[in-house]
Design a protein. Structure first.
Length: 348
């Protein structure tokens, strides 16, 4: 058998086995991966704080690290508080929003001249009347609430990972075959830390900026639960491409449900789309290109793969995991072609 073909077969088999392990063990692996990336955000934010003119060089490294942890903890606390504070109100007002949405659909049906039986009326009676927006929203928010236990586990894992960092060099030296091999492993880890950490830290900053600007727009337009949607928009910023689309459409649907008309919804969606366009076309490419060097097609494929394996958490973890895989693949002769295909400029 041809050696290259044999390598391909073995590699495919190993990839399928790993995919199966990741799928059945997603309840274990997802919190671990989130904790790893929380640590990356903390370290990346610490590096950004250290680069702040005047203030950064004057602060001790311990103070910078503690300040970074405090900022992340406060941010996570605000996210949890915002969701919990709005959960009951959203569930209570869901029936009113459902009636507004049905009325809006009714107006669209009239404009399209599908009001008579058996089209629109049958559709409304057989389909829409069976949908309870209150039950759907309540189920979704209950699922979000159940994630808070996972947040505690992730925070616990992250704390232990931060403590373990000080012993990593000794462990690598003990595992490596030689000092040169140990140095190569350290270099790969340093490369992953620098690129993924910078990406996550800058992506977090862009998410906060995007959420703040979106909050101003929605608050000025009088949209209810503007703080809740601002948090959702900031979180969706971590999901490439699809997150931007949902960040415009979901508040737009909320505007239709609240105002009962398309005028206000279109206005809000257009303003949100402008913010998404500016940040997505001027700031995001800089972050993606300079910190990760990933092909846009590779990002889309990785998004599909990790969503299939891990669901919604996979959408948030897809890009950092792919970046780590690209760096690791580039270190081995057999997998370097894969790293070249995943990279944006062919130089992983």
């Amino acid at each position: 058998m041809n050696e290259r073909f044999q390598t391909f077969v073995y590699g495919t088999a190993i990839a399928l086995m790993l995919g199966w392990v990741f799928y059945i063990g997603r309840n274990v692996f997802v919190p671990i991966m989130f904790s790893v990336f929380v640590v990356y955000v903390i370290l990346g934010l610490a590096r950004l704080i250290g680069k702040v003119p005047v203030l950064g060089p004057a602060l001790p490294q311990v103070v910078i690290s503690m300040l970074s942890v405090l900022i992340i903890a406060v941010g996570l606390g605000l996210v949890v508080y915002t969701i919990l504070a709005n959960k009951d109100s959203v569930i209570a007002m869901a029936p009113r929003y459902q009636e507004s949405l049905l009325a809006a659909v009714q107006r669209v049906a009239v404009l399209m001249r599908v009001e008579a039986e058996p089209t629109w009326t049958t559709l409304r009676r057989d389909l829409l009347s069976q949908v309870s927006l209150q039950r759907v929203v309540g189920s979704a928010l209950a699922s979000l609430s159940s994630l808070f236990a996972t947040v505690i586990v992730v925070a616990l894992y992250a704390c232990f990972l931060l403590v373990e960092r000080s012993h990593l060099d000794k462990k690598i030296a003990a595992i490596a075959r030689s000092p040169a091999h140990a140095q190569r492993i350290k270099q790969v880890i340093a490369d992953i830390n620098a690129r993924v950490g910078a990406y996550l830290a800058l992506k977090t900053f862009l998410g906060v900026l995007l959420g703040a600007l979106s909050y101003v727009i929605m608050r000025f337009a009088g949209l209810e639960f503007a703080g809740f949607w601002a948090v959702m928009i900031a979180l969706l910023n971590y999901v490439p491409y699809i997150g931007s689309f949902l960040s415009v459409v979901l508040p737009g649907l909320m505007a239709v449900a609240q105002f009962g008309g398309a005028g206000e919804a279109i206005q809000i969606m257009m303003l949100l789309a402008v913010v998404q366009f500016v940040i997505g076309n001027f700031l995001d490419p800089y972050v993606m290109g300079n910190s990760l060097n990933l092909s846009p097609f590779a990002i889309l494929v990785s998004l599909a793969v990790w969503v299939a394996l891990w669901g919604v958490p996979g959408a948030f973890l897809a890009v950092p995991i792919t970046a780590m895989m690209t760096i690791i693949f580039s270190e081995f002769q057999g997998t370097r072609p894969i790293a070249i295909l995943l990279s944006q400029n062919g130089k992983p």
